[in-house]
Design a protein around this ligand. Structure first.
Ligand code: NAP
Ligand code: HSE
Length: 435
C-alpha cells in the first residue's frame, strides 16, 4: 500500500490524540485514505516531559528542522498554540513544500489572510476543520456541503470550556474557580484560559465562520464580545426561575445593511435546542436560504473529538481533496474585497434581562419604568421577591426586569440612566435574551 509520511508539531492534548489515532488505528485511516498515514516525526519543546502516547523509537524530536529538512514528509499537523512561533513555523513548513493541517484558531483569526495567501502562492494547502467547534465538521459543512446557499445566519455555542463551566455552575452549583481548573485538567481550556472565559476564543471562531459563510473579512477583535468570567450565580438562578438557561452565544446575522456579529452570555429558553447543550458540547444553528435551518451538535473541545477532526483533515490532504477545495474556495483570500461590512453594534435589536439593586421604597419601580419608557423599551415581566418574613426593611432588593425588543444603543443608554438614579445603589446586570 502507498504511504504518506506525516509529522505532528506540538504533542499536547490534541497532538497526542492525533498520534494515538494514527498509531492505534492505522488500519482504519489506511482504509479511509487508500494509503498508510505514517507518523514519521513529532516535534515538542521538552523531550523529557511525559506524553499521553507511546511513540515508536526515533519519532520524538525537539527540532522542527527535522521536519523542514525531510523531503519525504508531505503533510504536517501543526498543533502548537499561540501566534508565535506558530506563524513562522507554518510559513517555514509551507516554504519547504508541506501541506498543513491545524487546529489553531487564534492563529487563523489573526493571520489567516497572510497564511492563506502565502499557501496559494506556494501551491500548498491549509486544512482547519479542528479550529472551530472541535469534532463538529462545521468548516466542511459551511464551505462545501451548504455551498448552494446564501447563509443568512449562524448562531451557536462555540466555546466548550465556557459551556462546561456554566453548565456545572447551573446544574451543580459548582464554584467558578474550581470548574475552570477542572476544564483545564480535562484538556478543554486554552493554554491561557482567559481566552475561553472572556469570549475571545468564541469571537475568533465566529470570525473564521464569517469568512466562510459570508465572505466577510472580519477582524475578530472588533466583534462586540462579553464572556462568562463576570457571570453571577444569582443570574443563573433568576434565569432558571424565568424558564431560561444562560449560554455564551456567538451570533452572525446577515441583515440588509450589514453583518451583525456578537458574542455574549444570553438567556436561552429551556427546551429549545441551544439551551439543552451541556458540558463541553458545542452547537451551531445555520440558516441557509435554500436548505432552511440546520443544527449541528457535538463535542467542541477535548482530546479525541478534536483529534477526530485533525485526522480527517490529514486523510483529506493525503488523498488530495484538501488541495482541490483550498485552490477553488480561496479561503481568506485578501485579494478579494470583503463582501459584507460589520454593522454598528448600537443598532442590534434584541430583548434584555436586567438585574439591579433597587431601594425598597415608593416610586423606585416608577422611576425605573420611566427611564425605560423614555428610551422606547417595553417591560415584559418583573420579579421582586418579598423576603421570607415579609420584611419591608430589606433594602436594597434585587429587581429583575425582562424587556421586549430594544436596540443595543437604547438598552445601553437606559442602563446608564438607571444606574444614576438615587433609588438604584449599584451596577445593573444586563444580559441578552434570545428571541
Ligand atoms: P497544549 O496541550 O498546550 O499543547 C501544545 C503543544 O505544543 C505542546 O506539546 C508543546 O510542547 C508544543 N509546543 C509549543 N510551543 C512549541 C515550540 N515552540 N516548538 C515545539 N513545540 C511547541 O495545547 P492543545 O490543547 O493541544 O492545543 C493545541 C492547539 O489546538 C491550540 O491552537 C488550541 O487552540 C487548538 N485546539 C485545542 C482544542 C482542545 O480541546 N484542547 C480544541 C480545538 C483546538 P511541550 O509539550 O514540550 O511544551
Ligand atoms: N478551548 C477551546 C474550547 C478548545 O473550550 O472550546 C476548542 O477550540
Amino acid at each position: 500500500m502507498e504511504k504518506t509520511n506525516v509529522a505532528i508539531v506540538g504533542l499536547g492534548t490534541v497532538g497526542a490524540g492525533v498520534a494515538r489515532l494514527l498509531l492505534d488505528h492505522g488500519d482504519r485511516t489506511a482504509r479511509h485514505a487508500g494509503r498508510t498515514l505514517w507518523l514519521k516525526k513529532a516535534v515538542v519543546r521538552d523531550l523529557n516531559k511525559d506524553r499521553d502516547v507511546d511513540l515508536p523509537e526515533g519519532v520524538l524530536t525537539d527540532s522542527i528542522q527535522d521536519v523542514i529538512d525531510d523531503p519525504d514528509i508531505h503533510v504536517v499537523a501543526q498543533l502548537m498554540g499561540g501566534l508565535e512561533p506558530a506563524r513562522s513555523v507554518m510559513l517555514e513548513l509551507m516554504e519547504a513544500g508541506k501541506d498543513i493541517v491545524t487546529a489553531n484558531k487564534a492563529l487563523l483569526a489573526e493571520h489567516g489572510a497572510e497564511l492563506f495567501t502565502r499557501a496559494q502562492q506556494l501551491g500548498r494547502s491549509i486544512a482547519f476543520e479542528a479550529a472551530v467547534a472541535g469534532g463538529i465538521p462545521i468548516v466542511a459543512n459551511i464551505s462545501q456541503c451548504l455551498s448552494a446557499n446564501q447563509i443568512l445566519s449562524l448562531e451557536g455555542i462555540l466555546n466548550g470550556t465556557s459551556n462546561f463551566i456554566v453548565s456545572q455552575m447551573d446544574e451543580f452549583g459548582s464554584d467558578y474557580g474550581s470548574v475552570v481548573a477542572e476544564a483545564q485538567r480535562l484538556g478543554y481550556a486554552e493554554a491561557d484560559p482567559a481566552m475561553d472565559v472572556d469570549g475571545t476564543d468564541a469571537a475568533q471562531k465566529l470570525a473564521i465562520l464569517s469568512h466562510l459563510a459570508f465572505g466577510a473579512s472580519v477582524d475578530w477583535s472588533e466583534i462586540p464580545r462579553v464572556g462568562i468570567d463576570g457571570l453571577d450565580p444569582d443570574d443563573l438562578r433568576y434565569a432558571k426561575e424565568l424558564g431560561y438557561r444562560i449560554k455564551l452565544l456567538a451570533v452572525a446575522n446577515l441583515a440588509e445593511d450589514g453583518l451583525e456579529l456578537s458574542v455574549a452570555p444570553t438567556l436561552v429558553r429551556v427546551g429549545t435546542p441551544l439551551a439543552e447543550v451541556r458540558d463541553a458540547f458545542n452547537a451551531i444553528r445555520v440558516q441557509g436560504d435554500a436548505v432552511g435551518p440546520v443544527f449541528y451538535h457535538g463535542l467542541g473541545a477535548g482530546q479525541m473529538p478534536t483529534a477526530s477532526a485533525v485526522v480527517a483533515d490529514l486523510i483529506d490532504t493525503a488523498v488530495g481533496r484538501t488541495q482541490i477545495t483550498f485552490r477553488t474556495l480561496r479561503y481568506f483570500s485578501n485579494d478579494q474585497p470583503p463582501r459584507v461590512l460589520l454593522r454598528d453594534a448600537e443598532t442590534l435589536v434584541g430583548r434584555y434581562y436586567l438585574r439591579l439593586p433597587a431601594a425598597n421604597h415608593p416610586g423606585t419601580l416608577a422611576a425605573i419604568a420611566n427611564v425605560l419608557s423614555r428610551h422606547g423599551i417595553s417591560i415584559a415581566s418583573v420579579i421582586q421577591h418579598e423576603s421570607s418574613d415579609g420584611d419591608r426593611q430589606r433594602d436594597p432588593v434585587p429587581l429583575v426586569i425582562m424587556t421586549h425588543e430594544a436596540t443595543e444603543g437604547a438598552a445601553s443608554q437606559a442602563t446608564q440612566e438607571i444606574e444614576s438614579l438615587s433609588s438604584v445603589s449599584g451596577p445593573v446586570v444586563r444580559l441578552r435574551v434570545k428571541g
